[in-house]
Design a protein around this ligand. Structure first.
Ligand SMILES: Nc1ncnc2c1ncn2[C@@H]1O[C@H](COP(=O)(O)OP(=O)(O)O)[C@@H](O)[C@H]1O
Ligand SMILES: [Mg+2]
Length: 263
């Protein structure tokens, strides 16, 4: 399948903070810094069946990501990166194998429970950012919190704090069209962090940016990682992957190399 920027309806809803199912109150989120790995995937297979044809997109993948890591996932088109991202992000079900996310076994969860887990645990950043054009920067950032039942004053406080954190403290009332590509991606990053997720999962976050904006966004990722945020980034670009502390390469549905496997 050619590399595509198309997103599923679920991905767009997630990025816009619109859950298909009710979100658990944010206060119920488990302590973020347990000793458990954030991602613990063992021997995962994913088979797509379209008509009579079966495609084995993941053929037995084991991957562990500890809290505080910054991992880039690379690989040629069709190697299974997006499939892995959908599984790590609880957007799709695995065919066999197991997945523990921050200590919780999500391998056999219903789609409804998976939706709750991902709203609590994962901050998504997609290539198109999926910001709502009618809303100002801080409104975009606070949106996931409205669904999580957080009070308005706290929502604004948290949104503004995060926008300041990504260097946009003077742009909180700007709409997406009034912001550069790099600034829009920083709003998307702030929004991804607002639910205090266990991990930020970014799919080609620099794919639509010029080189200056790319450098700009990568420096924010690095700062966030220095603050202790766990980041998993999918990219085509070797110079983008070079910013991560660990690079995992995919080929034909298998991990081909891993520069820094945790144990
Ligand atoms: N929804 C789907 N239905 C059927 N086959 C799919 C589907 N999504 C991906 N595939 C196939 O699975 C393989 C891995 O695809 P993908 O994970 O999108 O790779 P990448 O993101 O690395 O380009 C490819 O052979 C692709 O054609
Ligand atoms: Mg892909």
């Amino acid at each position: 399948m050619p590399e595509s920027t198309e997103q599923t309806a679920a991905q767009i809803e997630v990025a816009a903070g619109i859950p298909e199912w009710p979100t658990a109150p944010i206060e119920q989120a488990a302590a973020p810094h347990s000793a458990e790995p954030v991602v613990d995937i063992r021997d995962v297979r994913k088979v797509y069946s379209t008509g009579a044809v079966e495609v084995e997109a993941l053929r037995g993948v084991s991957l562990r990501v500890d809290a505080g890591e910054y991992v880039a996932i690379m690989g040629p088109s069709g190697s299974g990166k997006s499939t892995l991202m959908n599984i790590i992000g609880c957007l799709d079900l695995l065919t066999s194998g197991s997945y523990r996310l921050a200590g919780e076994d999500v391998s056999h969860m219903s789609e409804e429970d998976l939706a709750m887990v991902r709203n609590r645990r994962i901050g998504f950043v997609f290539q198109q950012f999926n910001l709502l054009s009618g809303l100002t920067a801080w409104r975009n950032v606070e949106l996931p919190l409205t669904y999580a039942g957080v009070r308005r004053t706290e929502r604004k406080e948290r949104a503004v704090r995060l926008l300041e954190r990504v260097g946009l403290g003077d742009r909180i009332d700007h709409r997406p069209t009034e912001l550069s590509g790099g600034q829009q991606s920083r709003v998307a990053l702030a929004r991804a962090l607002v639910n205090r997720p266990s991990m930020v999962l970014a799919d080609e976050p620099t794919g639509a940016l010029d080189s200056k904006s790319t450098a700009d966004v990568l420096s924010v990722f690095e700062e966030l990682n220095s603050d202790g945020h766990t980041i998993v980034l999918i990219t085509h670009e070797a110079d983008v992957a070079a910013h991560a502390r660990r690079v995992v390469r995919f080929r034909d549905g298998l991990i081909e190399s891993d520069s820094g496997a945790a144990r």
